[in-house]
Structures are given as C-alpha cells and as structure tokens.
Design a protein around this ligand. Structure first.
Ligand SMILES: NC(=O)C1=CN([C@@H]2O[C@H](COP(=O)(O)OP(=O)(O)OC[C@H]3O[C@@H](n4cnc5c(N)ncnc54)[C@H](OP(=O)(O)O)[C@@H]3O)[C@@H](O)[C@H]2O)C=CC1
Ligand SMILES: O=C(O)CCC(=O)C(=O)O
Ligand SMILES: [Mg+2]
Length: 737
C-alpha cells in the first residue's frame, strides 16, 4: 500500500507529533493511506551507527539512510519535521543520556589516538551538525507564507520593535582575506575526477581528499579564510564594540557549516578572552579545553581543577568581561553568553530576531541594547547590513501592510555549501592547496597559511536546471516578480549566472519580471517593494535560502514555523517540511518545568495538507485530496479563531491547538459533499468533539503549571511522553473510531 512517511525527530517538534500523529492516523485510516514513522532523531541516529556496541534488543535500523534512498524514488512522500543539527556539546549530552539509559555506546573521543578511537570519532562526526537535511533534500526548496497565514498576520500583527535613525546597531564583516574575497570557481567541461592536495613550503604533499568524480557541467568553487585576517578582524571588532558602547555579538551557522564555523567561533572566543588565554592557555591545553565548542567548554572543564586554580581562572574571566565590551546574552538570568555554545545563536534565526527587536539584543542585565553583529565572512553579511540600513532609514516594517517574499532555493544534491563538509580543512602548515584533475591539470590553487580554513563546494548542473524551472513556475503561478540573488562579481555566482541565462531560454518568459541582482541590490529592491506591500520572489543559492526563509517570514508573520515548505524531489517524489524554523530547545524546557508546550504545529498542518494532495495525485486517491482540502480549511479556521498555542501555562497550548484542529477538520469533512462515506464517518466525530469541547479543554489545561516527567531529553521514555502529550482521556477515546 502507498504510504506517507512521518519523521520522528527531536525536542519540541517530536513532542508535538506525539499528540498530533494519533489524530492524523485516525483521520486517514479509512482512506487507504498508510502512515509509517521513521526515527531520525539524534538519539536514533547515534544508536544506528553503533550496532556493535549494543545488544540485540537495543539495535535500531538506520532510518536516515533508508529515507535518503527513498528520497531518490518517485514514490517518496515524506513529512519532515525539524531536527537537531547537533553541535558537539549537544552530541555529548545525547551520548551521556543514552549511556545512562543502559546503551553501552562509546564516549566521543575529542583527541582520538588509536585506530578504534578514530573510527568512533568518524562515526560520530557523520551525525554531527546538519546531517539530516542534506541527505533528504534531493530537490530544491519552495518556501512561502500561505494566504491564510499572511492574512492572519495582517489582522493580528505580531510585535515589531521600532527602528530609529540613531540606532548604533550594525553588521561588521571582513574586507579582505575571507571566503568571499578568496573565492575561485569554474564549470567542468567534461566528466573528470579530482583530488585536493596540500603542499607545504618544503614540497611535501598531503592528499586532503582523494579522487572523486565530477559530472559534466558541474560548477566547483574553492576558497580560503585566512586565520591572520580573521584574528585581526576579531581584535578590531572587540575594540570597536567597547569604544562605541554596543554589545558584541557573533552570528554563525555552526550547525549547517559544521566544519568551518565552529573553528571560526573558537577564534572569536580566544580573542574575546585573549588575556585569559595568554595566562592560562597551557592549563587549558592540559585539561582538554576545546574552544570550538564555545566558551561554555572552558567553564565546564575548569570544574575539574583544584579550587584555588579554578577561582584564579574565574577571576581572570570576570576581569575579561569587565575590561571587554558588553556581550550579547542568550539567557541573561543564567549568565549564558553569545559565545557559550556554537549552536545557541544561529544566524538564520538570530539576525531576524534582532531586526524584529529594533536591532537590539539582551545584555547581562537582561536589558535590550544596540549591537554589533559580527558576521566574519562577507559573502552574505551584506544582506543584513542592507536590511538594517533600510530599517534605520525607513523605520520598521509593518506586518499589517507589508508584502511577502517567497523563496525558491537551490539545495538539491548537496548544492553549494551543503556539500562542503567533506571538503573543508583546517590547514596544518604554510604552503598551497591545489585541486587537480585526472590529467594532473591544476583547476584551482590557493596559497595558504597554517590555521587557514580552506573549503570547496560543488553544484551539479541538473539541480540548477530544476531550480530555474521552479523559479519560472513560481513566478508564473503567482504572477510575481522574481529576483535571482547572484553577484556577477563573485566567482561562483558568475558561473551560476551563465547557466541561469542559458536555461531561462528554455521557457516562455514573456510578461514575467525576472532579474538578476547582487544580494545587496536584491535586498534593497525587495525591501522597498516589501514596505510598499508588494511581493517579490527571491531565487537564491543554498545559504541565502536558509537566511531569507527565516529573515522575511520572521518579519512578515512573526516566525518561520508558519511557512509552507515544500521540496519537490527531483525524481518526482515529495518532501514536505514543517515550517522553516528549527526545534526551539527552550520550548522543551517550558514543558518540563510547567507542562506547557507553546510549540506551534501550524507548519505541520500545512505540510500534511500538501502531502495528502501529492498522495492523491500520485495514487489517484480522491479521498486523500478531500482530506487535504478539508485540512487546509480547518487550518484557516484555526487561525481565524486564534486557536494557536499561547505562551503561558494554564492557557491553550500545543495539545489544545491540536484538539481544535481535529474538531475543525472533522467539521469540514462532515460538511463536504464530494464523498458520502467520509461525510458519514466524520459527522458523528465532529459532533462528539464539539459536545466534549469543555471537558477536553479542562483535561488539557488542568495538568499544566506543574513539572512534567518524560524520562529523557534526547530519548524520552515512550510511555511517559505519550502520557504527557495525550492527557485527555475523553479526546483519546473519541479518536478510537
Ligand atoms: N529544518 C530543520 O531541521 C531545522 C533545524 N534547526 C535546528 O533547530 C535548533 C534550534 O535552532 P534555532 O536557530 O534556535 O531556531 P528555531 O527556529 O528553533 O528558534 C528560533 C525562535 O523561533 C520561534 N519558533 C520557531 N519555531 C517555532 C514554533 N513552531 N512554535 C513557536 N515558536 C517557534 C521561537 O521564538 P520566540 O521565542 O520568539 O517565539 C524560537 O525561539 C538547532 O538544533 C537547529 O540546527 C533549525 C532550523 C531548521
Ligand atoms: O540543516 C540545518 O541544520 C538547518 C537548516 C535550516 O535552518 C533551514 O533549512 O532553514
Ligand atoms: Mg533555516
């Protein structure tokens, strides 16, 4: 039987699914739709790679690998919830929790010495960071705010901090020596295989990556971030933040750019605490501090030291905070700074949140303050400075009148930076890095110094063709101007522009407004239209896809969780993502403390509706179409009646919101006349749900306000978590139809 695959992930989205999925299963059961769950949570992904450390009953299948294969087949219909892209601190926490539950998995070896340790580390490194999305995203991305969501925001605008012309907030980015300035790129004329080689100044060669194949028409690019330039830059920015009385904040993508960005993050920590490192560097080395895991790693490791020594270091840290600029805080109550953990501040969400808050971030006193947003690499930083300048000049955007910016993003087959993980290297010694082809011909060469970060990306031709097609189709379907965010002065973009111009000729584009603008010009063009209430499609590469699908949604509708996020898979299947946001760890914390889950599953409702529609088309199943249409109606009604989760305990939360969705969905199915059987089935269900509204709501709210026990963070206990997420017996029994 054809099926829809539902992913089990982590944190808030996974909790929410425990409440929502039983509703979905009950509703689609009679329509010949099978729902199957696949576990791609961080915990499951860890267990899947260590069968040799587990007993028979503990072993799990590698569901991510299975789904990766499925995503390449036409029958794929996958609902993908946001998952943790784990930083090392998160990975270690998950390992510890699994060990405490009796899973005999090995520790993460920070400095592997033996062959066995090296093997363990390499298994863990495959799980680290953004390890799920690049595997499943076998198509390009189509993200937009549905009309109902946009209308809801227009009628119920979220808060939007005012912007003043005298705001001191600004973006600081490098003007030499970074990835942007050192990029080289070319298009491969004929299939070949290449190697990446480092040669030191004595002529000793090290193969960084052995032969791998490139296809005809594939674009490759390579670049290097100079450690010296980076350090000079950080030093200047720390001093400037201090001199100008603004907060110092660093915005990276340590999860998605899992090799390069933690190294850059580590340099920032070392510069911010320069004096502390000068004095205690040797001790830190001895106790195994790894600043790439954040300043929090120092705090954790010094706990092992004798008290006197610990106090001395702590005093020097305090002195560094005092003498340095004020630093932006992740949680001022708990003293968690912007430099504590590389996965706490993630640029796609952090910059828009700051822009929504008048360009301010929290300082150590828990007050909002103007900020220096440090974004070292200048490839994409300009879009944020342009947006900030626009807000300074024109004031904040108004959600009641602003337009919308859908995105068509290039990401299929590990396009661009997504594919750089196994081709990113921290350089061991001065010399050069060369990309050579099968004939020994040098394709790209860079002079490098020890500590530089060199990386290479690949972008295959077929995904580019598909992306151009998707852009044209979206522009036509919505009659909206579309802008390709590409900079003719950037080596990689110049290669892409050639292909865009070629492939656009395959389509009849008469009457369409299609342009190619540099990211900064595209920002200005788009922001101006946005302010005037006009819509503009952004057609972008992979990193800008990520940035823009948080930036504009957060400004327009308050969160990217409400986005329709579709990945039309290149082989005909469909991957339906639930919103464009992440997994908001603080939501789990609130559930544990006061049994209230404010996670909004709207993205999941939207994704399921399109998944059902896709299912109906592929399987010629009219009932699936009706289920999808009625679900969309129910979602609109949910928005109109404001039945989304509230932020505080004792009020409607995620579970209550699911109840309303179920009730409205049943009502819509009872109302429709296209399918008599569905009508007959759901008429009594709708009645029962409506009749029991008061008692169900009571059951769903009276449990709130007290701590909840789910028996684990990364691997909760199934029975406990299901109890917590399904506390209404009345609702549960109605769903047993
Ligand atoms: N597709 C995927 O798998 C993605 C995964 N991630 C992962 O998620 C984790 C957290 O990332 P982070 O950058 O903090 O981004 P998030 O999107 O999780 O969080 C940013 C903020 O957005 C708001 N928010 C987002 N989604 C919802 C929702 N459904 N309901 C209510 N509020 C929501 C919350 O803001 P407020 O408190 O202001 O309401 C939240 O604090 C990381 O592990 C990251 O790698 C991130 C993005 C996509
Ligand atoms: O893959 C990830 O880690 C996050 C991806 C993301 O933020 C996005 O797709 O918007
Ligand atoms: Mg994102």
């Amino acid at each position: 039987m054809s099926k829809i695959i539902y992913t089990k992930t982590d944190e808030a989205p996974a909790l929410a699914t425990r409440s929502f999925l039983p509703i979905v299963k009950a509703f689609v059961k009679s329509s010949g739709i099978n729902i199957e769950t696949k576990d791609i949570s961080l915990a499951a992904r860890i267990l899947a790679v260590f069968p040799d450390f587990l007993n028979e009953t503990q072993r799990v299948s590698d569901d991510l690998a299975l789904l990766g294969e499925l995503a390449k087949k036409p029958e794929a219909n996958i609902i993908k919830l946001p998952n943790i892209s784990a930083s090392i601190p998160q990975l270690k926490a998950a390992i510890k929790e699994l060990q405490s539950q009796g899973f005999n998995i090995p520790n993460y070896p920070d400095e592997p010495a033996t062959a066995e340790e090296k093997d363990i580390k390499s298994r863990y490194d495959k799980i680290k960071g953004s390890a799920v999305n690049p595997v499943l995203r076998e198509g390009n991305s189509d993200r937009r705010a549905p009309k109902a969501v946009k209308n809801y925001a227009k009628n119920n605008p979220h808060s939007m901090g005012a912007w003043s012309k005298d705001s001191k907030t600004h973006v600081a980015t490098m003007d030499y020596g970074d990835f942007a300035h050192n990029e080289k790129s070319l298009t491969i004329a004929e299939p070949t295989s290449i190697k990446i080689i480092h040669t030191d100044n004595e002529g000793n060669e090290t193969v960084l990556k052995d032969s791998f194949n490139l296809l005809k028409g594939e674009i490759i690019d390579a670049t290097v971030m100079s450690k010296k330039a980076l350090i000079n830059f950080f030093e200047a920015q720390v001093a400037d933040a201090k001199a100008n009385g603004v907060l110092f904040s660093l915005h990276m993508k340590g999860t998605m750019m899992k090799v390069s960005d933690p190294i850059i993050f580590g340099h920032a920590v070392k510069i911010f605490f320069k004096d502390v490192f000068a004095k205690h560097g040797a001790t830190f080395n001895k106790i195994g501090v790894d600043v790439n895991n954040g300043f929090g790693n120092i705090i954790e490791k010094i706990q092992e030291l004798p008290e006197a020594q610990r106090n001395e270091i702590q005093a020097d840290i305090d002195a560094a905070f005092k003498s340095g600029p004020a630093i932006a805080m992740v949680n001022s109550d708990r003293g968690i700074t912007n430099l504590h953990v590389p996965s706490d501040v993630i640029i796609d969400a952090s910059m828009p949140a700051m822009i929504r808050t008048s360009g301010r971030m929290y300082n150590a006193e828990g007050k909002l303050q103007d900020t220096k947003a440090v974004i070292p690499d200048s490839s994409y930083a300009g879009i944020y400075s342009a947006t900030i300048d626009f807000c300074k000049e024109n004031g904040a955007f108004d959600p009641t009148t602003m337009g919308t910016v859908p995105n068509v993003g290039l990401m299929a087959q590990k396009a661009e930076e997504y594919g750089s993980h196994d081709k990113t290297f921290e350089i061991a010694s001065n010399g050069k890095v060369t990309v050579v082809d099968a004939n020994g011909y040098k394709l790209i060469e860079h002079a490098v110094e020890a500590g530089d970060i060199w990386r290479m990306c690949q972008t295959k031709d077929a995904p580019i063709q598909d992306w151009v097609k998707l852009a044209v189709n979206r522009a036509k379907a919505s009659n909206t101007p579309a802008v390709f965010w590409l900079d003719e002065n950037r080596a990689h973009d110049a290669e892409i522009i050639k292909k865009v111009n070629t492939y656009l000729k395959d389509y009849d584009t008469t009457g369409l407004d299609l342009r190619i603008l540099s990211p900064v010009d595209a920002t200005l063009f788009t922001c101006k239209r946005l302010k005037d209430g006009l819509d503009t499609i952004s057609v972008s590469g992979n990193v800008l896809r990520d940035y823009l699908t948080d930036l504009f949604p957060i400004l327009e509708v308050g969160t990217s969780a409400k986005m329709l996020s579709i990945v039309p898979l290149m082989n005909g299947g469909g991957l339906f993502e639930t919103g464009a946001g992440g997994s908001a760890p603080k939501h789990v914390q609130q559930l544990l403390e006061e049994n209230h889950l404010r996670w909004d599953s709207l993205g999941e409702f939207l994704a399921l509706a399109v998944s059902l529609e896709h299912f109906s088309e592929v399987n010629n199943n009219e009932k699936a179409k009706i289920l999808g249409e009625t679900l969309d109606e129910a979602t609109s009604k949910l928005l109109e009646n404001k039945k989304g989760p509230s932020r505080s305990a004792g009020e409607l939360d995620n579970r209550g919101s699911h109840f309303y969705l179920a009730m409205y969905w049943a009502e819509e199915l009872a109302k429709q006349t296209k399918d008599a059987a569905l009508k007959a089935e759901f008429t009594p269900i709708a009645e029962k749900l409506a009749q029991n509204e008061t008692v169900i709501l009571k059951e769903l709210t009276e449990i709130q306000g007290k701590p909840a026990n789910i028996g684990g963070y990364y691997e909760p206990n199934e029975a406990l978590v299901n109890n917590v997420m399904r506390p209404s017996n009345t609702l549960n029994s109605i769903l047993e139809f």
